[in-house]
Design a protein around this ligand. Structure first.
Ligand code: NDP
Length: 234
C-alpha cells in the first residue's frame, strides 16, 4: 500500500516528475502548490514554504487524506541571479528564505509524525553549485549548500529512529528554471558537462526514489550527485 509522501513544489518541473514516479510505484503522493491546483491523479495541498501556518494546514490535510507524511521531498526552490555587487539584501534573503528556511519549516513539521512512527525519509533537493559555487548565484548556492548541513544535522539527530535525511544534488535539468538561460549560457554549460546534455527530470526522480525506499535505510547524510559528471572532484 506504499508510503504517505509529500513533495513540495510538486506541481511542476522536477517535483512533479518525483511525485509521478513515486505515485506510479504505489505510494500515496501529495504535492504542494501555490494556487495552480493539483496535477491529475495527485493530492494537491496549497502551501507557500515561506509561511509556517500554510505548511501546518497542508500537513494536516495530508494527514487526514493519506496519513502522516512518511517521506518528505523538500524540492520547492527559486533563483534570483545577479552578481554580488548588484545583489540587494532582499534578493539574498528571499532566496534563502524559500530554499533553506523553507526546507527547515517543512522538515520540522514532518519530523513529528516520523518520530511517532519511528520511520521516515527526508530527501532535500540541493544543486551541484552548492559545492562548486556559481558566479551570479551567491544567494542560491549558499541556500543549496546550507541544505547539506541541515540534512546531515537531521541525520545525526534522528538517525537512531530509522529516519534518514539525504540530499540529491542535480546538475542542469530541463525545466522552466533552466529554460530562462541564454543560448550562450546553455552552450557554455553543455561544454562543461561530461554527459554533454542536460538531465531529464525523471533522472532526478530515480535518485529520489532510491533514497526514499526501504532499501536505502542505511544511507544517511549522503549527497548524491545527479549531474552528468559536472561536479566531479569536489
Ligand atoms: P521550477 O522552477 O520548474 O519549479 C520550482 C517549483 O518550486 C515550483 O513548483 C514552484 O511552485 C515551487 N516553489 C518555489 N517557491 C516556492 C515557495 N515559496 N513555496 C512553495 N513552492 C515554491 O524548478 P525545478 O523543477 O527546475 O527545480 C526543483 C528543485 O530542484 C529546486 O529546488 C531547484 O533549485 C533544484 N534544482 C534544479 C536544477 C535545474 O537545473 N532545473 C538543478 C539543480 C537543482 P510554483 O509553481 O507555485 O511557482
Amino acid at each position: 500500500m506504499g508510503r504517505s509522501v509529500l513533495v513540495t513544489g510538486g506541481n511542476r518541473g522536477i517535483g512533479l516528475a518525483i511525485a509521478r514516479d513515486l505515485a506510479e510505484r504505489g505510494h500515496r503522493v501529495a504535492v504542494t502548490h501555490r494556487g495552480s491546483g493539483a496535477p491529475e491523479g495527485l493530492l494537491g495541498v496549497r502551501a507557500d514554504v515561506t509561511d509556517s501556518e500554510q505548511i501546518d494546514a497542508a500537513f494536516t490535510q495530508v494527514e487526514e487524506q493519506q496519513g502522516p507524511v512518511e517521506v518528505l521531498v523538500s524540492n520547492a526552490g527559486i533563483t534570483d541571479d545577479t552578481l554580488l555587487m548588484r545583489m540587494s539584501e532582499d534578493q539574498f534573503t528571499t532566496v534563502v528564505d524559500a530554499n533553506l528556511a523553507g526546507a527547515y519549516r517543512v522538515a520540522k513539521r514532518a519530523s513529528r509524525g516520523m518520530l511517532r512512527a519511528r520511520w521516515g525519509r527526508f530527501v532535500f533537493l540541493s544543486s551541484v553549485v552548492a559545492m562548486t559555487g556559481s558566479s551570479g548565484q551567491l544567494n542560491y548556492a549558499a541556500s543549496k549548500a546550507g541544505l547539506i548541513g541541515l540534512a546531515r544535522s537531521l541525520a545525526r539527530e534522528l538517525g537512531s529512529r530509522s529516519i534518514t535525511a539525504n540530499v540529491v544534488a542535480p546538475g542542469f535539468v530541463r525545466t522552466d528554471m533552466t529554460e530562462v538561460l541564454t543560448e550562450d549560457q546553455k552552450q557554455d554549460t553543455l561544454a562543461r558537462i561530461p554527459a554533454a546534455r542536460y538531465a531529464e527530470p525523471e533522472e532526478i526522480a530515480a535518485a529520489v526514489r532510491y533514497l526514499a525506499s526501504d532499501e536505502a535505510g542505511y544511507v544517511n547524510g549522503a549527497v548524491l550527485p545527479v549531474d552528468g559528471g559536472l561536479g566531479m572532484g569536489h
